[in-house]
Design a protein around this ligand. Structure first.
Ligand code: ME8
Length: 511
């Protein structure tokens, strides 16, 4: 049976337009989805929108719309990210879909039935923008500990989830699954939080109407995080026993920002354990972007619009920068100047140039027909070994969700391939007819390095990789459909085919 891989993005609130944070999570998931497909796995990649809750209700009221009208309008901005950013998601889920109501209510009913959800009364400090209650102790300077904004005292009848009961089960789950929470530093934070003791969690609201009703409890609406997390099951068809559910659950990876790790790594597995559903296999928390050294905020007017970045630089360069610039998991600083510098010096000057200059020489010396490689010299062996080692290094990096390592390995390989061309001097070989075989071998190897690089880059720069691929492997299908095992071995470039005289996949970005 084919191995499977189920990856999810958080579902995004429709009270706002997409920004770099949304683009980042989605692009990271897309790169992983593409990589696992290339390894021959059957991949399910889910993204979508979180449409209930107080934030959306309030935003809509401010705009004089119903929450549904606002959701219908804003969702198109998130759905539009798929083509704009070259995202290969399998499906898109909206929490306002009837199938999701059925799913959330079923999960909730399971825990009501076994007593893990009970009716009580909630009193606490509520942060409206974050939709989170805090205890007196958790407040920082009287404000919300995550966003720093003012909180308000609230009291209401509420259903509670018996989270306290799951403390030990969660801790042993973390122990038995050391890779469940990544990166390691975040895992330690979560473990410490759970070790500190868990309070039961309020999972319904009476103060709110925009949400999924608690089954058989008029006036109670299910807490937006309980609703939202369940999307990962709904997407596969839960509660119906669908083939997708049997094939892809438990999820391999929920990719999230560091601010929403606790919901995914503590509450979500506990809800599932209570309902008798297996918890996911992994949660990875990435860091946050500042913009030119400053916190991104509407009031500063420095919110990065992914659509604008794509218009200015293309999706490939934007994707590349986000995944190349920081050690995945840590915070980073977004700067357009840095984006342009990296795109020009790494993508255009190194990768693009390797292909284009070699095609130029092939045109000049071999009428663009790929020669068969002849006797191998030490420099050739070094290059092909480097190609094989790079593929292995990229694989290891992608397994540990370290995009920056994968990309720097590919760029290093491309740099070596350019040095190979520089040191073998095809232009000198071309002057000596007795060196014709050697010249052919050198050009073959340089093109082969570009072919391998295009395959390894394709999860991150899919459009350029496709152009390189159709140039170097005509008739081999799309790079999206390529398999590492079948297409990634050194020597896959076909001799005897005619290639174009030039191919500029990464034009220099003018500033
Ligand atoms: O949290 N840098 O939705 P959301 C990097 N609906 N990532 C950032 C960021 C920044 N400056 N700002 C935000 C929600 N993010 C819930 C999720 S899932 C069941 C429900 C990331 O629209 C943030 O970390 O607020 C999070 O992963 C995503 O954008 C959230 O978006």
């Amino acid at each position: 049976m084919r191995e499977t891989f189920y990856i999810t993005t958080p579902i995004y609130y429709v009270n706002d337009v997409p920004h770099i944070g949304h683009a980042y999570t989605t692009i990271a998931c897309d790169a992983l989805a593409r990589w696992h497909r290339m390894k021959g796995k059957k991949v399910y990649f889910l993204t979508g929108t979180d449409e209930h809750g107080e934030k959306v209700q309030k935003s809509a009221a401010r705009k004089g719309m119903t929450p549904r009208e606002l959701a219908d309008q804003v969702v198109t901005n998130f759905q539009g990210l798929t083509p704009a950013l070259s995202i290969s998601n399998t499906a898109f889920i909206r929490t306002t879909e009837p199938r999701h109501y059925a799913s959330v209510q079923e999960l909730f009913r399971k825990s009501l039935g076994n007593g893990d959800i009970y009716l009580g009364e909630y009193e606490g400090w509520y942060c409206v923008p974050d939709e989170a209650y805090w205890t007196e102790l958790q407040l920082e300077g009287g404000n919300c500990p995550t966003c720093g904004r003012a909180v308000e005292k609230r009291k209401e009848p509420s259903y509670f989830f018996r989270l306290s009961k799951y403390q030990d089960r969660l801790l042993s789950f973390y122990r038995e699954n050391p890779r469940f929470i990544r990166p390691e530093s975040r895992r330690n934070e979560v473990v410490a939080f759970v070790e500190g003791g868990l309070n039961d969690l309020s999972v319904s609201r009476t103060s709110l109407t925009w949400g999924i009703p608690v089954p058989e409890a008029p006036g109670h609406v299910i807490y937006v995080w309980y609703d939202a997390l369940t999307n990962y099951l709904t997407g596969l068809g839960y509660p119906s026993k669908t083939e997708d559910l049997a094939t892809f659950w438990p999820a391999d990876l929920h990719m999230v920002g560091k601010d929403i790790l606790r919901f995914h790594a503590v509450y979500w597995p506990a809800f599932l354990m209570s309902a008798g559903v297996a918890p996911p296999r992994g949660v990875f928390a990435h860091g946050w972007w500042t913009v030119e050294g400053q916190k991104m905020s509407k009031s500063l007017g420095n919110v990065v619009d992914p659509y604008e970045m794509v218009r200015k630089y293309g999706a490939d360069a934007f994707r590349y920068f986000l995944l190349r610039e920081v050690s995945f998991g840590l915070d980073g600083d977004f700067s357009e100047k840095e984006l342009v510098r990296r795109a020009n010096s790494e993508l255009a000057d190194k990768l693009g140039n390797l292909l284009n200059r070699t095609l130029g020489m092939l045109g000049k010396y071999f009428a663009s027909v790929v020669p068969a490689p002849e006797a191998e010299e030490p420099a050739d062996a070094v290059l092909s070994r480097c190609g094989r080692e790079t593929a292995a290094a990229v694989d290891a990096a992608m397994e540990e969700v370290a995009f920056h390592k994968a990309l720097s390995a590919v760029i290093e390989f491309v740099t070596k391939a350019n040095e190979y061309v520089q040191s073998t001097e095809p232009w000198t070989l071309a002057k000596d007819p007795s060196k014709r075989e050697r010249l052919g071998t050198v050009l073959y190897n340089a093109l082969e390095a570009a072919r391998i690089a295009s395959l390894l880059m394709s999860p991150v720069t899919p459009a350029a990789a496709q152009r390189m691929w159709e140039t170097l492997a005509p008739g081999a299908g799309t790079v999206e459909g390529a398999l590492l095992g079948k297409n990634g071995a050194w020597g896959g470039l076909q001799a005897g085919i005619t290639l174009p005289k030039a191919c500029i996949v990464f034009p220099k970005i003018e500033t």
